[in-house]
Design a protein around this ligand. Sequence first.
Ligand code: HMG
Length: 388
Amino acid sequence: MTGPHPGIHDLSLATTHYRLDHDTLARHLGVDPAKFHDGLGQDSMSVPAIDEDIVTMAATAAAPILARHGTDRIRTILFATETGADQSKAAGLYLHGLLDLPTTCRVVELKQACYSATAALQFATALISREPRQQVLVLASDIAAYELGSAAEPTQGAAAVAMLISADPAILRLEPHSGLYSGDVSDFWRPNYRTEAVVDGATSISAYQDAVQAAWSDYQRHNNRELSEFAAFCYHQPFTKMAHKAHRHLLDSTDADAGLEAAINASTPCNRAIGNSYTASSYIALACLLDHRDDLAGQPVAIVSYGSGSVAEFLSGIVQPGYRRHLRTTANVQAITRRTPITYERYRTLHQARFPTDGADHDLPQESAAPYRLAGISGHKRIYQSRK
Ligand code: HMG
């Protein structure tokens, strides 16, 4: 094969300082905990401290990548999020300042619900195919917050992933032809005047399943590969049971062997602990899979990306020889296990304090132990601090 074969050269995740356990939530809502553990497939959810947001999580995920590879070849920063802090300024610019990235690069924010990190990957590979020396830093960072007391409340969460995309990837070479689907559906959306999304839960589940099936049909038009040939599948996981539902739907619709259900198992434990992280979710699934299965070199894996509204993409990549040497398994596990459990009362207070009053100046108390924090808001400007 000639020419560059872009893909994921490095992959790192970050999440929040706090976690709320689903047992605690179930007790306060008077719900059987088995509904959350077995019905939704969730054990806990990440909860941001008062001084954490999408920028601090993304910077925390990206810093070790920059420490390992330097910044000289980065010419583009793509920040995927659906919970942006500003209608105009890209979140990536705050991160650009915090991480001292080169001025000789373009920075942009991308939005299409949970899907946009996948668009960022595709745009990155296109840029690299044209100019193979450059690297692209892709960030996906979100805080999933729903109304207290709503059916969606147990599917909240927050996390970020950072990915370095290059022409000579050490981890996953992306294959050129993916399967696509887009359709105008109102299953989940957040009008500008709302801080929480509007959700039609039942519609969102069937829209996700139908979109994935359509994206797979398109994938098959461009690739000579059956579902049984994938070593694993990394689905978007708003709650981990959704990945099982969507996968089963796909297997049923294609008459594939039900034994293939196990091919998603290693991709779910991290999201089971984190909750929905919107744009980051499929790539946390990928990190989790690579960290916890050790037999994947040379094999194809599928990434199944879905964003309400809706867009789905079924993309695939080949795990690279020697990839295990480049993983961040210990750091990824620690990011999840070191979170501090909080009480239901503290969680409620943090939930309500997420958006400081418009126009007010705020110095935020130091809570998070992460290397980057939101120190305050002054004159409508977000002020970030690095502990490094
Ligand atoms: P709900 O009202 O809790 O649903 O809402 P439910 O009553 O149907 O219960 C859920 C499951 O728990 C069911 O299992 C019950 O049987 C089971 P299922 O039939 O589905 O297999 N259950 C129990 N299991 C064991 N023991 C028990 C028990 N009781 C019940 N005692 C819903 C669930 C997901 C709708 C809600 O949480 C919600 O609205 N979430 C937000 C929307 C969402 O996550 N949609 C997913 C697809 S859309 C998507 O992924 C995009 C998204 O990430 C956003 C974006 O793209 O930007 C959301």
